[in-house]
Design a protein around this ligand. Sequence first.
Ligand SMILES: [Fe+2]
Length: 270
Amino acid sequence: MHKVLVFTDIHILPEGETVIGLDPLARFTQGLAHALEHHPDAARIVLCGDLAHNAAPTEYARLKQALAGCPLPVDLMLGNHDRRAPFLAEFTQTPVTDAGFVQHYQDIDDYRLILLDTLNEEADDTHSGHLCAHRLDWLDHALASAGKRRVLVFTHHPPMITGFSGMDWIGLHNRAELIERLVAHGRVVQIISGHIHRTIQGAAGGIPVSIFKSPCHQMPMALGFQDSSLSIDEPGAYGILLLHDDGVIVHTEDFTLPDQTPELYARKRP
Ligand SMILES: [Fe+2]
């Protein structure tokens, strides 16, 4: 069994700035410390996009500082709040495709993790996602070379409608092209996404999709609202993926709830 930790929608801000009164860097630092304390056996950590709030160089520098000394390998992805140039100026070792897109894959034994770049810097609405022909061709190669491995695909923009109308409006506009490829491959067992800032389970083309909350600000349970900028102060979270021989188990951990040592766990009467 292998374990993979997932943080998404971190939204680092310049020093002194907050989102609805919350400090994204403080929240991420708290969550990362919690994850490393409780899951030091994890194989790696994936940051599933919206690393910075304004894509400012100072925000990426603050994230890099927060990750300094992390004992686990970290995979960085981009979301709609990110921009490639300032991100790559700070994280110079990040793998990119021939055309400069921030996507790569990692193998963990019998699993392949494919991390896609759904950022559309030219989107009219500035926040929706897109996978161009280059990125889809790259995906075809990543799938074809996976052999008999089970495949997990990570996307910032979820490839499904969530019911949050404002967020669906700025979703992955050509998700059908992605799903067609993943279904045709036949060994994609799980899709992991962010973007919504809420824990959501669903499916796309029959493939399970899990969306995780942000470590910082969340989407309120306001289905049908057209506003994509709603936020609420609910517990911050990260995801824990268990990669078994039989398949993938998906957990989430609300790390801002009061921590308990095993000695304090209550037991039900037998
Ligand atoms: Fe976000």
